[in-house]
Design a protein around this ligand. Structure first.
Ligand code: GTP
Length: 201
């Protein structure tokens, strides 16, 4: 058995790390053995943040430094991430899930199918309600679209039900889930979706 590899991409600041932080508690409660790989440009910032959070033993959070546009190391040449995932599996036999967080990127970022079994794309309400209408590959092709920071909708003049409907329309019925990662809202639904679609348990 190998661990399921799940990519998490999306624009800068949309809440990718916040989603992982919120998911880790839920995954632990459900007994899903998890590790994380983060991708930053030239630092280990996101990995350090997750290690400080203390939800996983520090060694279960590994950092890849992209050194270039983030999509380069998740799509064009994902070998660094593949090697990091292979090492985690070797170090932790029985691992169920490896979450691979991309560095913040544009709406065109996608994951190589050589790297992940499933990938989600995280956008946020504060980025603007026109984001789904722009139909970037991340919005359209991801296995799961997460719209985060729903709590901010009234503050940034976004009609959230309309944004959600437009996202569902451009995805042709592929799944879209809403979250407030800061408060953990909607995160159980994301984990349930992963269990059903990727972990098969
Ligand atoms: N109001 C609100 N703020 C949120 C929510 N989720 C995340 N944030 C805030 O949004 C900011 C960015 O969150 P991150 O988790 O760092 O986003 P990211 O996508 O990992 O960012 P990069 O790694 O820099 O691309 C932080 O200040 C979070 O506290 C949410 O649901 N609601």
């Amino acid at each position: 058995m190998t661990a399921a590899r799940v990519g998490i991409g999306g624009p800068v600041g949309s809440g990718k790390t916040a989603l992982i932080e919120a998911m880790l508690g839920e995954l632990a409660r459900q007994g899903i053995d998890t590790a994380v790989i983060t991708n930053d440009l030239v630092t280990d910032e996101d990995a350090e943040r997750l290690r400080r959070g203390g939800q996983l033993p520090p060694d279960r959070v590994r950092a890849v430094q992209a050194g270039a546009c983030p999509h380069t190391v998740i799509r064009e040449d994902p070998t660094l991430n593949m090697a990091a995932a292979d090492r985690l599996e070797a170090d932790y036999p029985g691992l169920d899930l490896i979450l691979l967080e991309s560095g913040g990127d544009n709406l065109a970022s996608t994951f190589s199918p050589d790297l992940v079994d499933f990938w989600m794309f995280v956008i946020d309400v504060a980025g603007g309600d026109d984001i789904p209408r722009k139909k970037g590959p991340g919005i359209v092709q991801s296995n799961l679209l997460v719209i985060n920071k729903v709590d901010l909708a009234p503050h940034v003049g976004v009609d959230f039900p309309k944004m959600l409907a437009e996202a569902q329309a451009v995805r042709g019925g592929a799944p879209v889930l809403a979250t407030v990662c800061r408060r953990g809202e909607g995160v159980a639904e994301v984990v349930a979706h992963l269990r059903h679609e990727v972990l098969f348990k």
